[in-house]
Design a protein. Structure first.
Length: 375
């Protein structure tokens, strides 16, 4: 139709079709990831990418093949299917054991009505070897040779796979060479296109990381705190869940800067974050640390009432007070003041919660510092 009506070669429409399929994948995946993150559903992005990628490509492969199954031209969509396989094995880096791959191959051959042909079995086993080779190369490749690792198995296995199709369907050598050439060309275009998307995604991730993390201490910043406390406040209020928060700052931090210099102050902040994060990781990774001011930090405890926070708060307090930080051979002893509170039914906005915790912190500071006020 594309040639007869629009006078556009099917080769060019195939290119746009393939790019469209992978663009749609990226759009749906990004949307799904955004929804899950916005609802605070804790799922690893790589796991989501793997499961969604396999499901999406299986639907793509089977739905395309359904239009030609049982016909003398059932081989015509093979290049699309090979590209989908490459996308899963190489770019999504999904590792599939042979004992999982084998039943999938059997299901596909049964669906395609080709389970009784030796060429189909040879084709399926070669396809499995192709997938595993690409998967292995993807995991062991060196960056400077990445394209060679990528294209070499495609050239070899592509020739083998199309040879089995030629034998089975008895089409001409001209068609064989043409389809093999198209496959290699599609493969190169896919490599260029996906790498372009990945570079863009990495840039976005870097910008997001920069926007939500403090450059000095590498912990999350006030912007990240604001976003998270808004979600947790609404979720806890609507579902009657516990939510507590600890706020602390370093006592007499200005005098540390004035006495030892700002570089010394920076090292103190970095050391404090390292200690606090170590305590949090040892207790509950769901508890999150944020640098919300110069020497001021907030720790959010999702699902904790005031009493439940005491062991972690006390451990952080004991770990930091009189903590010696060595700078240029000198030991700087620090202490902290702490305010802790839990969500109240009287809190209308997250700022109400923040203000109460902040008030407890300043009660500690006004009454001699180096103490915990919890209310």
């Amino acid at each position: 139709m594309t040639w007869n009506v629009w006078h556009v070669s099917p080769f060019f429409t195939s290119i746009f079709f393939i790019l469209g399929v992978f663009t749609l994948y990226q759009v749906i995946y990004d949307g799904l990831k955004t929804v899950l993150h916005s609802k605070n559903i804790n799922i690893d992005d790589d796991v989501l990418n793997s499961w969604f990628g396999v499901l999406y490509m299986l639907i793509f492969i089977f739905s395309m093949q359904a239009t030609v199954v049982g016909t003398p031209i059932s081989w015509q969509f093979m290049n699309f299917q090979l590209i989908a396989l490459i996308f899963c094995s190489y770019f999504l880096n999904i590792h599939v054991k042979w004992y999982f791959f084998f039943p999938l191959m059997l299901c596909y051959m049964a669906f395609n009505g080709s389970i009784g042909y030796w060429e189909s079995w040879a084709h399926g086993l070669t396809l499995m070897c192709f997938y595993m080779t690409l998967n292995h190369f993807r995991r062991s490749q060196k960056n400077q040779y990445s394209f060679i690792y990528y294209i070499t198995p495609a050239i070899f296995f592509g020739a083998m796979l199309w040879l089995f199709m030629k034998i089975k369907f008895n089409f001409s050598w001209t068609t064989y060479i043409e389809e093999w050439f198209y496959f290699i060309l599609f493969d190169v275009l896919l490599y260029s296109y996906v790498n372009m998307i990945l570079r863009d995604s990495k840039l976005k991730l870097h910008l997001l990381e920069f926007a939500n993390h403090d450059a000095l201490t590498k912990t999350q910043n006030y912007a990240a705190y604001s976003s998270q406390i808004k979600y947790l406040f609404e979720n806890s209020t609507n579902n009657k869940l516990h939510l507590s928060m600890m706020m602390f700052d370093i006592d007499h931090f200005k005098s540390i800067n004035d006495t030892y210099g700002h570089l010394a102050g920076d090292k103190v902040l970095q050391h404090v974050v390292d200690v606090v994060q170590t305590v949090i990781d040892a207790n509950d990774p769901k508890v999150k640390l944020y640098r919300t001011g110069g020497e001021e930090f907030n720790i959010i405890f999702p699902g904790y009432d005031l009493n439940s926070t005491k062991p972690v708060v006390r451990e952080i307090f004991m770990s930091l007070n009189h903590l010696p930080v060595e700078i240029d051979g000198k030991l700087i002893h620090i202490s902290i003041s702490v305010g802790v509170s839990t969500l109240s039914s009287e809190d209308v906005e997250p700022s109400d919660f923040y203000t109460r915790v902040d008030g407890n912190l300043y009660h500690s500071k006004r009454n001699g510092r180096m103490q915990i006020t919890a209310a």
